[in-house]
Design a protein around this ligand. Structure first.
Ligand SMILES: [Fe+2]
Ligand SMILES: [Fe+2]
Length: 219
């Protein structure tokens, strides 16, 4: 498994070199490590989980290049191309493509959750954990900075019923916490993921409270 992962990492590093959206190689490594940590308690195929984590966000790179929305599903031909360069059989490739295709399901989106295989559920949890907590805060502001999104516009309502990535960016970074990141705790699949998410959610919630207080000059 280690030799497969290290040859894959070399290919992935090249593909992700130019990323400034917070979906860089370090995001992929963190998701892989977190997913394997969850796997220890929840089970699932280690190799499928680790490889899926390293290739799950190729859709972001395609989107950066083409400047057009690219869903995980749209990225599957490119992901397959990468997977065929390393030692995997067709069944493994199919399982990995399945994990990649469904990694961005949320129970607060229009479609809701549709998958039940443990590998995809673990990948979803690990990916969502990297979007919340201290790292989540840092990544969200990095994304805002690289896309000229303001930190906060209190005059714009934060109400949003469902979340759809293809709708485009939220009006401010703080809006994004409300439309997506603060909801992630309730979309976790595994017990291990839920416990980790609760702790990270608190960090993020405290940060937003403090941010808004400072914005108003209260503290
Ligand atoms: Fe993604
Ligand atoms: Fe991701």
């Amino acid at each position: 498994m280690n030799s497969i992962l290290s040859s894959l990492e070399k290919i992935i590093i090249k593909i992700f070199e130019a990323d400034s959206s917070g979906h860089d190689i370090n995001h992929l490594r963190r998701v892989k490590n977190t997913a394997l940590k969850i796997q220890e308690k929840e089970g699932g195929d280690k190799l499928i989980i680790a490889v899926s984590a390293l290739v799950h966000d190729i859709h972001r790179i395609i989107q950066n290049k083409t400047k057009q929305f690219c869903s995980p599903k749209d990225s599957l031909p490119k992901v397959r191309e990468v997977l065929q360069k390393i030692e995997l059989n067709e069944e493994q490739i199919k399982n990995i493509l399945h994990c990649v295709e469904y990694h961005e399901e949320y129970n607060f989106s229009k479609e809701g959750k549709t998958v039940s295989d443990i590998e995809t559920l673990v990948l979803q949890d690990a990916d969502n954990l990297d979007a919340i907590g201290a790292i989540g805060i840092a990544r969200t502001f990095m994304y805002g900075g690289s896309h000229s999104i303001p930190m906060w516009i209190p005059e714009i309502n934060i109400e949003k019923e469902t979340y759809d990535e293809s709708d485009g960016d939220d009006p401010s970074v703080i809006h994004h916490f409300h439309s997506k990141l603060l909801k992630l705790k309730n979309t976790m699949n595994t017990e291990t993921g839920k416990a980790m998410a609760n702790q990270r959610h608190k960090v993020m919630n405290d940060f937003i409270d403090q941010f808004k207080n400072e914005w108003e000059g209260f503290k």
